[in-house]
Write a protein that binds this ligand. Structure first.
Ligand code: CMC
Length: 430
């Protein structure tokens, strides 16, 4: 017998179906609420709204659990690679040897961008933010593939679009960086894997051909794996929202990149480093900033702390903190910013305000310190987040577009403006 909840509204009683997820998550299915009752629900920020059924990622924010397709994030970071995790997220299972070989071959095959696009990069001013360039370029890619823009494309065309984007966005990101430092573009090398190729394109100069060592490549793998998906966050919801109009994947991802840019979301990794640098420049008194973050009359927030879903330690932050130690030691980097971050974290974790509100370090708290040690400039940090999140966005777009019950996303509102009144001619207005 399906479960229901009873809703008493004025003199009427309504039965609301109860939905239960595979991990026991419960929801009231209000799809027909307005039709049945004339009421809508109001949930600003969507904190209590499930926008879809999804089988991609499971998060238990109270317990600090994150799983992709049922596999724990810590195990994936230890045993898998970003390429394999991308396949897992997008296609729903770990690939067989043949499937993985075909997938990697396709990604590699699509790693060139149209030569004309190079002139787009040089049209931007040198100081342009790489997130602006990246989102524009991802949308611009679509003009070279008009055959892939049909909303009801075949599974084969969809796979072409997906592998093209996975491969080319990495090239676009590296080119955006090269543009910002005024260096020549570098192309992929067939013998290198996906992430080594990215670092090679970023850091190779005419004077020095760059190849990452094993620890650096593994660190980037882990960074990208922990960013790869996070269910219905702001940018993924944006990708779904745009895609729900049957806009193509290029357009949907470009919108997701824009949503990620904000400092409350992916832009937080840049904001964390800027905050830590400001504390350092101000004498390193982290306690002063902790007090400022608690002061309601100040707009200042501790960047890299707090999360809408986690009310426990963000498991991603725990993994990255360990890598921070390893990478700094490996590269022999002595970064005072890292010492301030550690002191700030320790102070916040024992501070009544942060303890009561369950505010813990999130993924962005430590990622920026690692990127900095890898010589990635601060304004590229959110681009790195975008590259990591790419398979998650793609997986959600694919899941939605393949759902026969898909509907265009179109929330309602409660109108609080002026009620009907006549137009006043300008001469009668005071
Ligand atoms: N510093 C100080 N106070 C905070 C912070 C913070 N970082 N985060 C939340 N609070 C307080 C907030 O003022 C509020 O207090 P009160 O109940 O007295 O009004 C309470 O904690 C709950 O905060 P909220 O803003 O209602 O929580 P939210 O779920 O709407 O916001 C958040 C989540 C991530 C936007 C927020 O915690 C924040 O602004 N953090 C800093 C930015 C950041 O690190 N963002 C990266 C998120 S992780 C990457 C990603 O997945 O996007």
């Amino acid at each position: 017998m399906p479960k229901t909840a009873t809703l008493q509204l004025e003199d009427n009683t309504f039965e609301i179906p109860v939905i239960e997820g595979s991990e026991g998550e419960k929801a009231l299915d209000i799809t027909r609420l307005r039709q049945q009752t004339g009421y809508i629900t109001l949930d600003s920020g969507y904190g209590n709204t499930g926008a879809c059924l999804s089988s991609i990622t499971f998060i238990d924010g109270d317990e600090g659990i994150l799983r992709y397709r049922g596999i724990d994030i810590t195990e994936l970071c230890e045993k898998s690679t970003f390429m394999e995790v991308s396949y897992l997220l997008i296609y729903g299972h770990l690939p067989s040897t043949d499937e993985f070989a075909r997938f990697k071959e396709r990604v590699h095959y699509h790693s060139l961008i149209h030569e004309d696009m190079k002139s787009f990069f040089t049209s931007y001013p040198g100081h342009a933010h790489p997130m602006a360039i990246l989102s524009a370029m991802v949308c611009s890619l679509s003009v070279y593939h008009p055959e892939l823009l049909q909303p009801d494309q075949s599974a084969e065309d969809r796979d072409q679009t997906i592998t093209r984007l996975l491969s080319k966005v990495r090239v676009l990101a590296a080119f955006a960086y090269k543009r910002s430092v005024g260096e020549a573009f570098v192309y992929t090398k067939p013998e290198l894997d996906y992430l080594s190729n990215f670092l090679h394109m970023m850091f190779t100069t005419p004077m020095n051909e760059y190849f990452p060592d094993e620890l650096i490549r593994k660190t980037l793998d882990v960074l990208f794996i922990v960013h790869a998906d996070h269910e219905q966050n702001c940018s993924t919801s944006t990708v779904r929202m745009v895609g729900s109009s049957k806009a193509n994947l290029f357009a949907s991802l470009s919108a997701g990149i824009c949503a990620l840019w904000g400092p409350l979301h992916g832009g937080a990794n840049q904001a964390v480093i800027e905050m830590l640098e400001a504390i350092y420049a101000d004498g390193g008194n982290h306690k002063k900033y902790l007090e400022m973050a608690k002061d309601k009359s100040s707009p200042f927030r501790l960047m890299g702390f707090g999360h809408r879903v986690y009310r426990n330690y963000d498991p991603r932050a725990q993994i990255l903190k360990a890598y921070c130690d390893k990478v700094l030691a490996h590269l022999g980097v002595r970064d005072p910013i890292f010492d301030i971050a550690k002191a700030l974290e320790e102070a916040a974790l024992t501070d009544d305000y942060f303890v009561e509100k369950k505010l813990y370090p999130n993924v962005d708290f430590y990622s920026g310190i690692i990127y900095r040690a890898l010589n990635i400039p601060t304004n590229m940090f959110t681009v790195m987040f975008a590259l990591g999140r790419l398979p998650g966005w793609i997986a959600h777009w694919k899941e939605m577009i393949e759902d026969p019950g898909m509907k265009i996303a179109r929330p309602r509102q409660i109108y609080t403006g002026e009620i009907l009144h006549p137009y006043a001619p300008i001469e009668q207005r005071t």
